[in-house]
Design a protein around this ligand. Structure first.
Ligand code: IMP
Ligand code: MG
Length: 169
């Protein structure tokens, strides 16, 4: 299997810094609850968190809808957050929006908990694949309809540890 580089490690780091600055400015140093969607967003969320100097709570959830390279269409909700997000500024951090199924599900679930604000932040966006009416508030990179791996993204649980974003030919 040949892996081609799509986005370099340097470009990822630089872009995350910019997005972190935007977030900090938008929230005026108010406290933020950053919710990392496991497992794919783990590298992105930690890098983002390190670049935000506002008071920040880091939490995790595990929701997935993928097996292999095909969306199963079934949502698995495996781990819930442990923070009370009522009246808090919440940012959900995800690796990629594809059809939008995972994030629309998660968004409506979290909205029921009445946060002060709820924003979505994604490392990647595959806009042309969208099936659900959903936009991410903060996007690092828009990408074409290719199956990508690395920087947290997997192919059957492997390749998450690649330091860059690649695609399989
Ligand atoms: P959605 O629910 O269809 O938006 O899919 C989002 C989820 O599918 C992400 O959290 C990823 O885990 C997975 N996914 C979508 N596209 C890719 C890809 O190109 N590579 C690896 N995982 C992907
Ligand atoms: Mg995922």
């Amino acid at each position: 299997m040949e892996i081609k580089e799509l986005i370099s490690e340097e470009n990822i780091k630089e872009k995350i810094k910019q997005i972190a600055n935007n977030i900090q400015n938008d929230f005026n140093n108010e406290e933020i609850v950053l919710i990392c969607v496991l497992k794919g967003a783990v590298f992105f969320a930690t890098e983002l968190a390190k670049n935000i100097s506002s008071p920040l709570i880091l939490d995790f959830t595990k929701v997935s809808s993928y097996k292999g390279t095909q969306s199963t269409g079934i949502i698995h909700f495996d781990l819930n957050i442990s923070t009370d997000i009522k009246d808090k500024n919440v940012i959900v951090v995800e690796d990629i929006i594809d059809t939008g199924r995972t994030l629309s599900y998660l968004k409506s679930y979290l909205e029921e908990k009445k946060p002060k604000s709820l924003k979505l932040c994604t490392l990647l966006d595959k806009k042309e694949r969208r099936e659900f009416d959903l936009e991410s508030d903060y996007v690092c990179f828009n990408i074409p309809d290719k199956f990508v791996i690395g920087y947290g993204l997997d192919y059957d649980e492997k390749y998450r540890n690649l330091p860059y974003i690649g695609y399989i030919e």
